[in-house]
Design a protein around this ligand. Structure first.
Ligand code: PLP
Ligand code: COI
Length: 338
């Protein structure tokens, strides 16, 4: 194991590791890529990724199981989503084999940084693609880099499974037919100021409403939103301007597997009384229970501001149990890095 790391107190910050995977697209095809023992990239100052935001990324984790195995969660779904994001901003698709190989090699090369089982830590994996090479006009880059770097992480929201307080923002992170469904940097640039306004008021994050009518919940910062209705159904917003969270799709399936009704549907901001529990979900956020949601100065408390609701707790245990290899995986989601 890597030395000088306090595995039990990792936050969500960058920790330098042994190296990263880099592949290059040039003249219409990808090379096979390789590990480089560095965490710096040298790119042309006129690269489209630096000027025009021609870049996309993914967020994944490697988990250390009790028996020491290194596990990924649904990596092929991240591969598919990355190619969909790439297509939206005129970048080449990444073949699934190259994507999974890059992720596996980055994890293997940095195996000593995968936090020990039982610490709650994981190895965060950041695959990304950037447009590089000399260019001035607003057009696609002549070359692209596919990079996978990693960093050990702990909880994304302070306190992990403790309920968070969130607040709606009057701003939008994405337009109705914009790039909200793609995991591209521009969406995150658009979110930084809004997050800072929420944080200044003491909230963990902000809630985006649908950009067309501002009446329906879309996302919670860099995570999807879900709620449990008073009659026990799992609901989560459906919209063309939110990112299709792999965690959210997994929770939809898990909830059905547990015998619950589960569906994507509209969640109106003025009908929060319909819900018994609420949460944010994502790779970084895992499942973060939402204690309260403030809108137009009115605070709505879901289950409790201090306690986690029973359904949220059950879903968390099932999801993380499968991800860590503690529970049987009837869905075929877990992928071992050999
Ligand atoms: N929504 C946004 C905007 C995100 O950045 C993320 C993180 O990836 C998610 C939702 C959650 O998606 P996933 O569960 O695939 O990590
Ligand atoms: C993730 O959950 O992996 C994300 O990408 C969220 C964020 C840290 C950008």
């Amino acid at each position: 194991m890597a030395k000088n790391i306090d595995w039990n107190n990792l936050g969500f910050g960058y920790v330098k590791t042994n190296g990263m995977f880099v592949a290059t697209w040039k003249d219409g095809s990808w090379d096979e890529g390789a590990i480089v023992e560095d965490d710096m990239l040298s790119v042309h100052a006129s690269s489209t990724s630096l000027h025009y935001g021609q870049q996309c990324f993914e967020g994944m984790k490697a988990y250390r199981a009790k028996d020491g195995r290194l596990l990924l969660f649904r990596p092929k779904d991240n591969a598919r989503r990355m190619s969909q994001s790439a297509e939206r901003i005129l970048m080449p698709a990444i073949p699934e084999e190259l994507f999974v190989k890059g992720v596996e090699q980055a994890v293997k090369f940095n195996e000593e940084f995968v936090p020990p089982y039982g610490t709650g830590g994981t190895l965060y994996i950041r695959p990304m693609m950037i447009g590089v090479g000399a260019n001035l006009g607003v057009k696609a880059a002549p070359e692209f880099l596919f990079v996978v770097f990693v960093s050990p992480v702990g909880a994304y929201f302070k306190g992990g499974m403790s309920p968070i307080a969130i607040v709606t923002t009057e701003y939008d992170r994405a337009a109705p037919m914009g790039t909200g469904a793609a995991k591209v940097g521009g969406n995150y640039a658009a979110s930084l100021y809004l997050h800072s306004l929420a944080a200044k008021e003491g909230f963990a994050d902000c809630v985006y409403l649908d950009p067309k009518t501002h009446t329906k919940i879309e996302e919670v910062g860099a995570a999807n939103f879900f709620a449990i209705t008073k009659d026990g159904a799992f609901v989560t917003p459906e919209s063309p301007s939110i990112l299709g969270s792999i965690t959210k799709y997994s929770l939809l399936e898990l909830a059905r597997h547990l015998g619950m009704e589960a569906k994507e549907t509209d969640v109106y901001i003025d009908k929060l009384d319909e819900y018994a529990e609420a949460g944010a979900c994502g790779t970084a956020a895992v499942i973060s229970p939402i204690g309260s949601l403030t809108h137009n100065g009115n605070k709505h408390v879901f289950f409790s501001e201090t306690e986690v609701g029973p359904v949220t707790k059950k879903l968390y245990e099932q999801l993380t149990g499968i991800q860590l290899g503690d529970l049987e995986d009837p869905f075929g989601w877990v992928h071992e890095v050999k």
